[in-house]
Each structure stands twice: as C-alpha cells, then as structure tokens.
Design a protein around this ligand. Sequence first.
Ligand code: SAM
Length: 306
Amino acid sequence: MESGAESRLAPGLYLVATPIGNLGDITLRALNVLKGVDRIACEDTRQTQKLLNHFQIETPTISCHEHNERQRAAELIAELKAGARIAVVSDAGMPGISDPGGWLVSEAITAGVAVIPIPGANAALSALVASGLPTSEFHFIGFLPEKAGARRSRLEVLAEDAAIAGATRTLVFYEAPHRILDTLSDVEAVFGPETRIVVARELTKIHEEFLRATVGEARRDLAQRDRIRGEIVLLVEAPQPGKVSGGAGEGGTFEKIAVRVARLQAELSIDEKEALKRLARELGQSKSELYRELQRERARLKAGNR
Ligand code: SAM
C-alpha cells in the first residue's frame, strides 16, 4: 500500500541521485520517489537492488544502461506518455553525469513528458567544494580518453581553452586508480609541474582522502604507494591567462600549433600528418616549418618551460 506522499507523485521521469559510497547520503525525497514510482530504470539492476533492499523498497526495476538506453527509451517513453511515473538511477551519484540517463531525458522532453530532478550526491561537486581550488568557474570533463596520445591532445586543448577563457578555472576529471599516475604525468607535461591539483579519493567512504599538492608532488606521493585503490576525482587548477605562451612566442600566434593540430585531428578524424598539411595551408606556411614549430613546442613542454 502506498503512503499518501507516494501516491501524490505526479506522472513523469524522475532523475534520482543515489549515494556515492555512504548510504546516509540518500535524501528523504529520493526515498519517497523510489517508493512511489511505478518502476525504476537502473544502470545495473543488481547494484540498485542492494540499495532498495537496504531501504526496504519493493518497486520493480528494469535495466537501462549505455548499451540499451536508446531501445529502452522508446519503451519507457510510451509508458510515460500513458501517465506512468518512472525513476532513473545510476550505480552511484547523479544519473546522466558520466552515466546513462541523458538520452532518456532528451527523448522525454521531445515527447512532452515532465522531467523532474531529485538532487543528491555527486562525486565531481563534492570533490570540488572541498578541494580548496577555485569554484567560481569550473569545467567538468569526466573521463579523459584512455589512449595516451588522445589523452595528451585533450589536455592540450583544455589548457588552451582555459587560457582563452580569461579566468582561473578548475578542471574536474573522473579517473580510474590504475590510470591516475599516467594522467598526472600528462597533466604535469601540459600544465607544468607546479600546477596545483587535488586528488579526491573514496569520497564519503571510510578511507576518504584529499591529496592537495602540486601535480609533481602528488605524482611522486602516489607513485610511492604499494597500490592506489578506490574511486578518484582529479581536480586541476588551469593556468592563469597569459601563463600559456603562444607557439610563436610573444606577439606570435596565440594558439599553439599542437592544440590546433589536435583539434583538427579530433574534429575531422584525420591523422597528425594530414592535420599539419591542412593547418599549413590555412596559415600560408610550409608544412616542414610548421612541423619544426610543433617539435619545438613539444620540447618546451617536456622541459616544463611554459
Ligand atoms: N554519476 C556519478 C556522479 O554523479 O558522480 C559518476 C559516475 S562515473 C561512472 C564514476 C566515477 O565517478 C568514478 O570512476 C570516479 O571517478 C567518480 N566517483 C564516483 N564515486 C566516487 C567517490 N566516492 N569518490 C571519488 N570519486 C568517485
């Protein structure tokens, strides 16, 4: 039998945040909604079932993950249009933030279905507010590409974007423990060893840790550990405007060649050689001169001379 509060739930799609470690972070409203909806679309039904069992919630679940979200959306939207109340949850935190949910939301909006957020835990914002790094402007990126070259290119574009933005901003990444050292090496190469960073690990859990240091210090600290465990949010203070020098030096082009090449590669899915050729044409320079400039930039980055 539903309680009064639950039966008053309006029809619609409810995006329900769930804890990122500490079950005490579930909200009263989340519990009411999870009890009151017709069904719960879950990233992983087994994972969510543990949460539901803990809070003695018996609402039926259905899977909705990155591999079936589009197909599932059609089915759920039909139910929603008929007046159903459906909750969406991911394994942890806010659905749709580096998690499934975004597609379903846009389909629901297109179908004229009400979309109702039920706020709660989120790893990125929890890490940011306690990091001590600037919070007035931040850029949430989520996971970086796994491949080394693509990761480095993405960081280079982010560094340039931050410089162009004209204000110090904090970059917020999700990272896996087995990749954190490689990522820190790349951050050090692109932003410089003195860049302030925070590694926020195991938030809301027993072994919660904030490692606040320069990227060089943090990398050395973590490298000394037997094993790096747990879930991680990495925060990077992006350089002040003017700190990133132009590829051609003072008075030269503002954007580095590497950044422009990386952007062309990403936008057009072409290799570095082809990107250099196109950029050379665009700038009216020879390809070999541009290539030499690219090599000089890379040497400067390696030497930490930014
Ligand atoms: N939707 C979630 C949210 O709102 O935070 C994020 C989902 S994403 C698939 C999972 C990543 O979030 C983890 O790999 C880790 O980078 C970060 N994360 C999740 N829980 C965390 C925690 N308790 N402490 C630190 N990072 C966490």
